[in-house]
Ligand binder design. Structure first.
Ligand SMILES: NC(=O)c1ccc[n+]([C@@H]2O[C@H](COP(=O)([O-])OP(=O)(O)OC[C@H]3O[C@@H](n4cnc5c(N)ncnc54)[C@H](O)[C@@H]3O)[C@@H](O)[C@H]2O)c1
Length: 344
């Protein structure tokens, strides 16, 4: 994997695609970062992009419903893809083929075939393509990852996610809303925390009798990971009480002890007999006092550093596709009832 770096002594020119919920959080990040500027905003609903730009006082910002018009007219260095998941493939590949690097919202794509073709497009164009899994930057998750690193070789890791959630209407159109939409946050966190990659999965996705979703929004999955680690996920978006945090409730067991995390505060650690394990604490917010969405500023900083130095950010596409594959293999296991190997 190689991508071209940008040496020009000027701020990097960025375009945002998608002016919905998360696009509205990304645009201010491009304005706040000292090394980037916002040079255009695209949305199939052009009025939405215009209104969002106006809200930030950017009355003169080029906005359009045409992605290619903005890419050709503004010649950006990078694009932040904040469109709906179904549009991620088309928008990302269009930008990459024009030599524009891409930082995308999760999930990279809705199928593994699409994700593979996006990685190929990045390779062919020699451009950086990364997905910002913003939860990797949560101070609590970083502290848990550091604590887990003290446990020695890992054997088991569990995450429980239970939330009584009534989400946007599009979730009602999905056959398996929890696995298709939410689970990638926890699956990617499992990779980040353990440092292990997925090998195979067995998954069931089903309807709890009391659910308010038309689809199956409760699931249980067992992943085999490299090194023999077993990672289990159980979750529901129809939790009848006692919710977990939005990042779930975690436990990891290794040769030297056990670490637990409630997905929110500081982790705890219990050493096995004869061992010492130090629980790490959360680092202070690197952007104190700033009203911002978790992990976007950190993700942009890693991406900009990547474009300047060639150092790949955490969500670089050749790595992130493994998290996509955890979701697509889990869905295949649900369909076939079999344990499915995970191959990217
Ligand atoms: N990381 C997080 O915590 C987080 C939170 C929310 C959303 N997301 C992700 O961000 C993405 C967008 O979610 P959202 O909640 O902002 O959705 P949204 O529906 O609020 O906004 C999406 C926007 O994309 C536009 N759009 C659709 N197709 C397009 C195309 N081909 N070209 C240009 N614009 C197009 C739509 O008109 C809409 O304005 C999704 O992938 C979602 O999973 C991530």
């Amino acid at each position: 994997m190689t991508f071209a770096t940008i040496d020009a002594d000027r701020p990097l020119r960025g375009v945002v695609a998608g002016a919905g919920f998360i696009g509205g959080h990304w645009a201010p990040e491009l304005l706040a970062h000292p090394g980037t500027e916002l040079v255009g905003w695209v949305d199939v609903a052009e009025e939405r992009a215009r209104a969002a730009a106006r809200e930030l006082g950017l009355d003169d910002l080029p906005v359009s419903s045409s992605l290619t018009a903005v890419l050709d007219g503004e010649e950006p260095d990078f694009l932040v893809n904040c469109t709906v998941p179904q549009a991620h493939h088309e928008v990302t590949v269009t930008a990459l083929r024009r030599g524009v690097s891409v930082l995308s919202e999760k999930p990279m794509a809705v199928t593994l075939e699409q994700a593979r073709s996006m990685v190929r497009a990045a390779d062919d164009a020699r451009r950086l393509f990364a997905v910002n899994q913003n939860r990797r930057f949560m101070p609590g998750l970083v502290a848990f990852r550091r604590t887990v690193a003290e446990l020695g070789p890992l054997g088991l890791m569990t995450s429980e996610f239970f939330m009584p959630y009534r989400g946007p209407a599009f979730l009602d159109t999905l056959e398996h809303p929890l696995v298709q939409d939410m689970a990638i946050h926890l699956f990617d966190a499992a990779r980040a925390v353990s440092g292990a990659d997925p090998v195979s999965v067995y998954c069931e996705s089903f309807q709890a009798p009391w659910t308010w979703y038309p689809g199956a929004c409760s699931a249980a999955a067992i992943f085999e990971m490299t090194g023999g680690l077993r990672y289990t996920f159980t979750g529901s978006w129809s939790a009848p009480g006692r919710p977990t945090s939005w990042t779930g409730n975690w436990r990891a067991a290794g040769a030297r002890g056990t670490a637990c995390w409630d997905g929110d505060g500081d982790p705890t650690a219990d050493a096995a007999k004869g061992h010492v394990v130090r629980p790490h604490k959360q680092e202070p917010d690197p952007y104190p006092g700033r009203n911002r969405y978790t992990g976007l500023a950190e993700g942009l900083e890693e991406f900009v550093t990547g474009l300047r130095t060639g150092r790949p950010p955490q969500g670089e596409c050749h790595d992130n596709i493994r998290s996509v594959a955890m979701v697509t293999a889990a869905l295949e296991s649900v369909r076939t009832g079999a344990r499915v190997p995970i191959v990217v």
